[in-house]
Design a protein around this ligand. Structure first.
Ligand code: ATP
Ligand code: MG
Length: 900
């Protein structure tokens, strides 16, 4: 398939530019897209253009980096990732997982009239999008007479082009008047474009009931946050107080408007996607045929979103953002597989994504190599799993009779364990003439999902975050652990499984609340303390300490001896590892100050972990640190340690702390009275002195000298603009350094050199190894060719024999790796003119059949099964190609005559 020639309509890039330019001409400041990683830590991804401006919508001064003064009008093209739409991709023609949202925003400046009339001007003016006004429609919120009047009287939209919907459709947040949340909210008006009868014969009036149409496409949502939603009246009447400060928040999907303006069939035929779809068609040999080609669409769309999110710094993983990306990538992999693409190919599409989007999003260009490598390695891993699934499926299917049905449970296991999509299972089973119990599959899936849901209900936070009722009645625990690590306490409550238990016996595990405690509860990045509770005749280990929102400390304990009861007096002993934690905590403060000194005041803490064995510090900074910067930071911290400055803490009103210049965590909520930790003496750096004063509730050493020594172990990127340093203090630092040095010395000894000479020596060894590997491959190829008769006469070393009506060439080979067997079989099939070829070694067996032979009833998979059985192995496969692991080549070949 060739790329369809586009009409002279503007490209996607031009439309993006025109939009931004249009709103600049209306006094808007153009800002760059924020990362797909959400600006606020409570959300995974950016899902709408307004997200980076939450603060301005709430009344914060509209100042922006790189722009002087106040800007109450802003316009952006924001890349968004909508996890909720992933499954829609490919199925509907209007959802992408990654979309670019074109938006114009007003922070207490213009309102509804400008928003709607400008939208109309941009869409219909011959100078801009020049869409036919008679094909535009709008929805409004049922009570929004103001919007109705603007649409009909000022813009001139006919009344029958307008539909009124309730708060479920035309309110943001949806249903806010009745259900909340409290806070800013408002009606919205969505603009639709009629794509014409090609897409359906439904009418706009019918859309009032159906609310789903391929013909009427929503392109632009104009949101009018104008109310402050407050608690409803006792009789349930919603309370919507007018906001003194009204905003505008709009979003238009660039993919949708481009498809409409270019007048192409769907997203996948527009200028961004068409080249990718065309390449998928070319690679798979399957043309893109519009509506039914779900797999082409999924591959083309998903490769774009995965590339972008990885370029933004997300790494594939099993949790959070990394897991979402993995899920999208695997969905794309499956669909590529369904298209018959069984080798990793997705990564080869990355250049097309970069080509289409790189000029607007340079992060794609900068990270192309990393993105490609990440996708490739994930693809390889996933295909391997699929391969294992195929083998399992082949084995299952070869045991069933033609016409039988594979159980839903089996199909689910294949999906759950091997990532094997049920569509694929169906397709392969079909080749065997076997069906799949799809209803049973759906049931197993549902059951698994229910279990997962039930499992998540009993998380730690559910039990204690909301507060089990026993805990609600308890006063906040008095924390004495800044000074004391050994305290006398009284047991106030004993809980097991989240409920009041009264006592715990030897062997029991549970949770204990004390009146006062030296155990630090996890918080501010510092881990919870561990240790012991002792009482006459008994002892319990404390494995972790957390606290409720209400300040009640929860000690997770396991009773070793005796019985622990409500009201008991106990001795509470914090484990000595706390000192190591304190070293790491104070070191974290020194590190933060040193980073700001070396890299600048732009460094802000973005998260931290302080544990006895290490510290981790996340901070805002765009680039990787150079070796020199790392060394300077490390040296500065070590000088500070040697200065042996006292470390003090005191509590004070927050205003006083801020006035004194204490560093606080951005976005963190603090009480009225805060604790401030100060390193008394600063350390010289250039012509000024670096100091440290932070709001912090954590445990610290009394003097910096106690930290001993400090070493940075790694500096890496964790998200766009966020870096992570891991470092060690005290003994942990010494041990790590010794281990590194020891490793280098042992490696050097093996190579007869010194640690300094290692790099040079390794380069030499690698070069030599590469040369030998090349030689081995060439030699092996020669051996195989010799054994196969040199590629000359028909059949070569494997003369054709007639067995069971087929011309068969069979050959025993040695000195060949399992991975090379298939290639050898291909060669033999080509050279010998046989219908079937069999190649055996003492490790493996491969059978290939020509298309023609398969049509006559030959089945490589079944033949392999029989031969392998005779040779102590197992295997199966497709009718044209099958493989098995065996132990005896002669036995396998010997069974040939009786197997066909
Ligand atoms: P839909 O009902 O079609 O899913 P939505 O109500 O979720 O759309 P909004 O949240 O209002 O859409 O987003 C604003 C605009 O962003 C929409 O008008 C549309 O143009 C675009 N948009 C939303 N979701 C997607 C998506 N998954 N892919 C492409 N564009 C989208
Ligand atoms: Mg949606």
């Amino acid at each position: 398939m060739t790329v369809p020639a586009l009409p002279t309509a503007p490209t996607t890039a031009q439309i993006r530019e025109q939009f931004l330019h249009f709103f600049e001409s209306k006094g808007h400041l153009r800002l760059a897209s924020h990362s797909t990683i959400a600006p606020d830590p409570t959300t995974l991804f950016t899902v709408a253009g307004m997200q980076p401006f939450k603060a301005q919508f709430m009344g914060a001064p509209a100042r922006f980096e790189g722009a002087e003064g106040i800007h109450k009008r802003v316009t952006t093209a924001q890349k968004c990732l909508r996890v909720g739409d992933i499954e829609n991709v490919g199925r509907t023609l209007r959802h992408c997982s990654l979309l670019e949202m074109l938006g114009n925003f007003s922070f207490g400046d213009y309102f509804k009239r400008e928003s709607l009339t400008w939208a109309w001007e941009f869409l219909t003016s011959p100078d801009w999008m020049a869409l036919d006004p008679s094909r535009l429609y709008a929805t409004i919120y049922e009570d929004d007479q103001e919007a109705y009047d603007i649409w009909t009287q000022e813009i001139g939209l006919p009344a029958d082009h307008i539909l009124r919907f309730g708060a479920d459709e035309n309110f943001w947040p949806a249903d806010a008047p009745l259900k909340g949340p409290n806070g800013p909210c408002g009606p919205c008006s969505e603009i639709f474009y009629d794509r014409g009868p090609k897409y359906g014969d439904d009418t706009w009036a019918e859309y009032a009931d159906t609310r789903e149409s391929a013909r009427f496409l929503e392109i632009w949502n104009n949101v009018f946050p104008q109310f402050d939603r407050q608690e409803p009246q006792p009789d349930g009447t919603p309370t919507l107080a007018p906001l003194p400060f009204k905003n505008i928040d709009t979003g238009m999907g660039l993919e949708r408007i481009a498809t409409v303006v270019q007048d192409v069939y769907d997203f996948y035929s527009n200028d961004v996607f068409a080249p990718i779809v065309a390449r998928v068609a070319e690679l798979s040999g399957k043309p893109y045929e519009g509506p039914q080609s779900v797999s082409h669409r999924v591959v083309a769309e998903h490769i774009r979103s995965v590339s972008m999110v990885i370029a933004d710094g997300v790494q594939l993983s099993n949790t959070g953002r990394g897991y979402t990306v993995r899920k999208i990538l695997r969905r794309a992999s499956r669909h590529a597989y369904l298209l018959g693409l069984h080798e990793p190919v997705l990564h080869t599409l990355v250049p097309l994504v970069v080509e289409a989007m790189g000029s607007a999003y340079p992060e794609l260009v900068q990270n192309q190599a990393r993105v490609t490598a990440a996708i490739r390695s994930e693809e390889e891993r996933f295909l391997k799993t699929l391969e294992q699934g195929t083998q399992r499926l082949d084995t299952l299917l070869s045991k069933l009779e033609k016409g039988a049905v594979l159980s839903g449970d089996e199909a689910f296991t294949l999906y759950d364990t091997y990532g094997f999509p049920v569509d694929l299972t169906k397709e392969i089973a079909e080749e065997y003439g076997i069906g799949v119990d799809e209803a049973g599959y759906a049931e197993s899936l549902e059951r698994a999902q229910e279990l997962a849901r039930a499992g998540s209900k009993y998380g730690k936070s559910e039990l204690f975050g909301g507060g089990a009722s026993v805990l609600d009645d308890l006063a906040p625990t008095e924390f004495v652990g800044y000074d004391e690590l050994d305290a006398r306490s009284r047991v106030l409550a004993v809980l097991a499984g989240g409920e009041s238990a009264g006592h715990l016996s030897a062997g029991d595990e549970g949770t204990v609340v004390l009146d006062r405690t030296p155990f630090y509860a996890e918080g501010g990045g510092e881990v919870g303390d561990i240790g012991l509770l002792e009482w006459p005749g008994g002892e319990a280990t404390v494995r972790d300490t957390t606290k409720t929102k209400g300040g009640v400390f929860l000690h997770t304990v396991a009773v070793v001896r005796g019985e622990l009861k409500d009201g008991d007096d106990v001795r509470a002993l914090v484990d000595a590892s706390r000192q190591a934690t304190e070293r790491h905590h104070t070191a974290t403060h020194l590190l933060q100050a040193a980073l700001r000194a070396v890299l600048g005041e732009g460094v802000h803490q973005a998260g931290s972990l302080v544990a006895p064995d290490r510290l981790r510090f996340d901070f805002s900074h765009a680039a990787a640190l150079s070796a020199e910067e790392l060394a300077r930071v490390e040296l500065l911290v070590n000088r500070w340690i040697q200065a042996d400055s006292p470390v003090n803490w005191q509590t004070m009103p927050i205003a006083q702390a801020r006035a004194a210049g204490a560093t606080a965590l951005f976005g963190e909520k603090y009480g009225d009275v805060v604790r401030v930790v100060t390193v008394e003496r600063g350390v010289p750096f250039g012509d000024h002195t670096v100091t440290s004063m932070e709001l912090c509730g954590g445990a610290h050493v009394a003097r910096t000298g106690e930290i001993g020594t400090f070493v940075i172990v790694s500096d890496e990127n964790v998200a766009a603009g966020v870096r992570r340093i891991e470092a060690l203090a005290g003994e942990a630092a010494v041990q790590w350094t010794r281990a590194q040095l020891g490793g280098a010395q042992r490696a050097a000894a093996l190579l007869n050199t010194s640690p300094e000479g290692l790099t040079g020596r390794i380069e030499n060894v690698q070069a030599a190894l590469k040369a030998s590997e090349k030689e081995v491959v060439a030699l092996r190829r020669q051996i195989t060719q010799l054994q196969m008769g040199g590629g000359g006469a028909a059949g070569g070393a494997a003369p054709l024999r007639e067995i069971g009506g087929y011309r068969v060439a069979a050959l025993k080979l040695s000195g060949i790796e399992a991975g090379e067997l298939r290639g050898a079989a291909d060669t033999l099939l080509e050279q010998s003119g046989a219908d079937l070829v069999v190649i055996a070694t003492d490790k493996g067996l491969v059978v290939k059949a020509t298309k023609d032979a398969v049509a006559r009833g030959a089945h490589a998979g079944q033949l392999v099964g029989k031969l392998a059985a005779a040779a102590g192995g197992k295997g199966g496969g497709r009718p044209d190609m099958a493989q098995a692991g065996i132990q005896d080549a002669d036995a396998a070949l010997g069974a040939l005559d009786s197997s066909l």
